[in-house]
Design a protein. Structure first.
Length: 413
């Protein structure tokens, strides 16, 4: 059954996706994005709707927010240098070699930067869930002018960042169901997606290419509506074979398997983009094992190569993580989570370290997580030099959960 479901999901994913996979929620982010085979509680609708059909799970409501930024290559460094050199050349002599170096840093295939952010609310009762997931993506692709590359002509340099992005609000209902008492669970989300697609251009010598500037893509935005469908499958191996140790679980999920498309703004069409922006399907698979009752290990991988708002730059994430519940009783729990994540579609992508924790008081939970790479990019401003990680993210969650999971069959969420 799981194999047939996997074939259906892969068959729907004949094209790469138009957005990277977002690590929604602190628990998933802290574990390196490994959550497809872990999906429990109110977050299950996003990570794997089949998780909603598990026999032993809990209901509740939650609010989640998160953001991630990733620089690809040296495009941002080059754009920042060019912007600063344009200012310096107006007041004093400047080095032409620095101008050429800044332009060369920008001009490399796959160069750019992208950001994604999330805000989600959900309410789960038994095996069904109502949810609203607002996911935003923005990216900048450089377009370089090598003609005006001297101190005398830098003011006329037309190098720019082409800003693309969109906000997709998924309003839907998810449900999962176990097939008898086999341990095989299937699930689906039916949803309405409100897509607001934007396009903009930033002239580097005139506008500061800081991180916040990428959200200017919505200067020219077009909103349209499309239905969406997610499918998931989950296998709790111990339900099928009770003597298997470690409670291994396998999961696979396909998001937006119907490949919904949205109307592009005229500014994007005039710049050469297609008339429709495709939110193409994504497929992700994972495994989880539980050597001890309060120690969980998990790993995930994107099956699809997913496009990003940066031209010719793709994202395919592989991650692994663990959760350890050192302090745990009925009234208070404080789990610790660690993980690793890598974009295996890009050789230059740095390995990201993830971590987080939670404070769980009876039915109430507060969770937080971070993601960061040791590699940094240097930015030169008018007053100081700043170094920022090439990949950084953070997420928080507030939740009220009721009901109780049966701890004898697995880690309580």
């Amino acid at each position: 059954m799981l194999a047939r479901t996997a074939a259906l999901l892969l068959g729907a994913a004949v094209s790469v996706g138009a957005t990277p996979w977002h690590n929604l929620g602190p628990r998933a982010m802290a574990m390196g994005g490994a959550h497809t085979a872990v999906a429990q509680g109110p977050s299950a609708a996003y990570w794997n709707p089949a998780g909603l059909g598990q026999l032993f799970d809990i209901s509740g409501v939650d609010v989640v927010s998160g953001i991630r930024a990733e620089a690809t290559g040296a495009a941002l460094l080059g754009a920042n240098d060019l912007n600063q050199l344009a200012k310096d050349c107006q007041i004093s002599a400047c080095d032409p070699l620095r101008i050429k170096k800044a332009l060369d840093r920008m001009d490399h295939q796959g160069n750019g930067a992208f950001f994604d952010a999330s805000f989600a609310v959900g309410a789960r009762v038994a095996r069904g869930m109502l949810f609203v997931h607002s996911l935003s993506y923005a990216g900048g692709t450089p377009e370089v002018d090598h003609a005006n590359d001297t101190p005398a002509t830098i003011a006329n340099n037309s190098s720019k960042l082409r800003l693309r992005g969109g906000n997709f609000t998924h309003i839907g209902y998810g449900m999962g169901r176990e097939l008898g008492r086999s341990g095989f669970v299937v699930g689906a989300n039916a949803k309405l997606i409100v897509g607001s697609i934007g396009y903009g251009e930033m002239l580097v010598v005139n506008e500061d290419p800081g991180a916040g500037s990428f959200w200017r893509y919505d200067r020219n935005a077009k909103t349209s509506f499309q239905p969406g469908l997610d499918l998931g499958a989950f296998w709790d191996v111990r339900e099928s074979f009770p003597t298997v140790p470690g409670r291994p679980r396998l999961g696979i999920v396909g998001r937006n398997v119907n490949n919904p498309t949205f109307t592009q703004p005229q500014a994007a069409i005039r710049a050469g983009d297609r008339n429709r922006y495709s939110l193409q399907s994504q497929v992700r698979a994972g495994i989880a094992i539980q050597p001890f009752q309060y120690w969980l290990l998990a790993a995930d991988i994107d099956i699809t190569n997913n496009e990003t708002p940066v031209d010719r730059f793709r994202a395919r994430y592989a991650g692994a993580g663990m959760e350890l519940r050192v302090f745990h009783n009925e009234g208070f729990s404080m789990p610790w989570r660690l993980g690793l994540q890598k974009n295996i579609a890009n050789d230059d992508s740095a390995l990201a370290y993830t971590g987080g924790t939670a404070l769980e008081f009876s039915q109430f939970k507060f969770e937080l997580a971070f993601q960061i790479t040791p590699e940094t990019t240097e930015f030169q401003s008018e007053r100081e030099t700043k170094r920022v990680p090439n990949n950084a993210a953070g997420s928080v969650r507030l939740a009220w959960e009721f009901g109780k999971a049966d701890e004898s069959v697995g880690l309580p969420y």
